[in-house]
Design a protein around this ligand. Structure first.
Ligand code: COA
Length: 294
């Protein structure tokens, strides 16, 4: 290990508000993302265990955060972890600090017995050496179904505290949106992602199902996620929203929507990588819903 003089390694430090703000500074400086938005949404995922190097002035120099990301995969609940917020300040790169935090986060996941570890990256080469393999994601496109049954719907507003409290309760106790691959919870990242998406629409159907959707560039319908105790058919969703687009794009495996679309490989910058003990993979095409990205 090269010299770490003047730096202090800290584990599981989110209970210290000063250290959390220091991580927010690192995220702002490296990614231009303001994670303090989470403070107004109820805080970061309470399962988070962060590993970081800090300097004597308290600045966060390097970090990687593990959190619990239980998944449904092919009808089975998988105890998985996610890794996020991986970065090193530019003037400290190339000294092995990232290697330190990656190893600490993975040792934590292994000691805790997680069956799978997932991350999203634009640099897969960084993680292959640690046992991660890329998995291809798809979106699903096809003619929109007609003839569904309309149910009562009302728009939720991100700025409305009562609406967000209701959404939070539904996120705490949701059905997986797909049996092939879906997060079981992922509440904090849903709320965070929603706050960053000006075109996102959140519509409450039947008082207990939230539809996260947006209009596509061509006027088509894009379904990003469904949060509720029941997953309705796509035809009923469109009838309830009182829209009749010609095409629909669904950003997760649509096995619970009574509709099929053509699976199109995802062409985005970020690659989903998995590290598993048993080669666990969905058998068919799938995607992590955009609202669950981390
Ligand atoms: C990626 C990043 C965290 C690496 O930090 P670092 O301090 O240079 O990392 P380390 O010195 O610990 O290097 C770890 C290893 O990764 C390798 N590595 C570093 N950057 C790499 C890259 N872009 N592509 C492939 N390998 C890379 C190093 O060569 C080193 O390999 P070695 O152990 O065989 O020498 C840093 O460049 C960064 O913060 N970048 C911007 C944010 C980012 O990309 N975060 C990760 C995205 S999920």
């Amino acid at each position: 290990m090269s010299d770490r003089t003047g730096l202090t390694f800290r584990s599981n430090y989110f209970g210290d508000p000063t250290a959390w703000r220091a991580l927010a500074g690192l995220m702002q400086d490296v990614f231009g993302i303001d994670v303090t938005v989470l403070d107004r949404l109820g805080g970061p995922d309470p399962s988070s265990v962060a590993f970081g190097w800090f300097d004597t002035a308290g600045a966060c120099i390097a970090n990687f955060t593990a959190f619990s990301l239980p998944l449904m995969v092919e009808g089975r609940v998988v105890r998985a972890a996610g890794l996020q917020s991986g970065a090193v300040r530019p003037d400290h790169r190339g000294r092995g600090l990232y290697g330190d935090v990656v190893q600490a986060a993975l040792a934590h996941c292994d000691a805790d017995g997680f069956e799978a570890v997932a991350l999203l990256t634009d640099t897969p080469a960084l993680y292959r050496r640690h046992g991660f393999e890329p998995v291809e994601q798809h979106r699903f496109a096809g003619p929109a179904p007609a003839g569904g049954t309309a149910r009562p719907v009302r728009r939720l507003e991100i700025g409305n505290a009562a609406d967000m409290a209701l959404l939070g309760r539904l996120l705490d106790d949701r059905e997986p949106v797909s049996s092939r691959f879906a997060p079981l919870r992922q509440k904090e990242m849903f709320l965070f992602n929603a706050s960053l998406m000006p075109d996102l629409r959140l519509d409450l159907m039947d008082e207990n199902i939230v539809l996260a959707w947006q209009e596509g560039e061509d006027g088509g319908f894009e379904l990003l996620d469904i949060v509720g105790a029941r997953i309705p058919a796509l035809a009923d969703i469109l009838a309830s929203l009182r829209i009749a687009p010609s095409r629909a794009v669904v950003h997760f495996a649509p096995d619970r929507l009574s509709w099929e679309g053509e699976a199109l490989p995802d062409t985005g910058d970020m690659t989903l990588m998995l590290r598993t003990r048993n080669g666990l993979r969905p058998k068919g095409p799938f995607a992590l819903p955009p609202m669950a990205e981390f």
